[in-house]
Design a protein around this ligand. Structure first.
Ligand SMILES: [Zn+2]
Length: 238
């Protein structure tokens, strides 16, 4: 299966980025339907976002699980970033934001849409551009739904990989735990935007950093979230 995927990667872009099926577009209908599933709260599979004491979890809206063809497509986008694939994924982010807007509109008239800078320190610029493209699509969808939405590039990574390399191990751990730098605190409540949700450490770090700077975080939207254990067993993989 891995060899097949690797082979599919080589001949892609002529194939579906999700399943490798031969077609002219970046995603086949089946894989697009997996990406555009029901928009729901999907933070349940991310232990860092669900407090052990039973407190409220950070709300994360998404339309897909990070598994199977959706995972393949997002990885292909990160690695190759083909234009048509980006259009599919930004459209998915916009659709999720539009659904989240119904909930957000009951809480606030204005939302600051905040892209999460990439954790891949070596490729910071490219990662930031990708999440920014998703955040821009989300902000436009929120505005279309009647909210006063602004894109706020207010987060940055704290340390470069070179700086990290010069630190002692315990300092590196600390750096990893506290890697988000807040350039300014948006006035409106924040909606975080990231490509995927895995452990939740990145979103939690961003939420804490923004809260420390005086901003409020309402929740987040991602393209796909790691399934909870039971959901992994039930499906998602082709
Ligand atoms: Zn496909």
């Amino acid at each position: 299966m891995k060899a097949l995927r690797a082979a599919a990667d080589l001949i892609w872009p002529a194939d579906c980025a999700g399943c490798g099926a031969e077609l002219a577009g970046p995603l086949c209908t089946r894989c697009r339907l997996e990406l555009l599933g029901p928009v729901e709260r999907r933070e349940g599979g991310s232990p860092r976002l669900v407090p052990a004491d039973g407190g409220p979890a950070l709300a994360v809206w998404s339309s897909a699980w990070y598994a199977g063809p959706v995972r393949n497509a997002i990885v292909a986008w990160k690695r190759q970033g083909r234009g048509e694939l980006e259009r599919e994924l930004t459209r998915a982010a916009a659709r999720t934001a539009e659904a989240a807007a119904r909930v957000l509109a009951q809480i606030t008239p204005a939302v600051a849409v905040v892209p999460i800078p990439s954790r891949a320190l070596r490729n910071w610029g490219e990662g930031a551009r990708r999440t920014r493209a998703l955040a821009l699509a989300a902000a436009e969808a929120l505005a279309g739904a009647g909210l006063e939405a602004t894109l706020e590039d207010c987060l940055a990574r704290r340390a470069t990989s070179r700086e990290q390399a010069g630190l002692a191990a315990h300092q590196r751990m600390r750096g990893r735990e506290d890697a988000t730098r807040v350039r300014y605190a948006p006035k409106a409540p924040c909606l975080l935007v990231d490509d995927v949700l895995t452990t939740g450490a990145t979103l939690l770090d961003a939420e804490r950093s923004l809260a420390a700077a005086g901003a409020t975080v309402l929740g987040a939207i991602v393209l796909a979230a790691t399934p909870a254990q039971s959901q992994t067993l039930e499906g998602g993989l082709p």
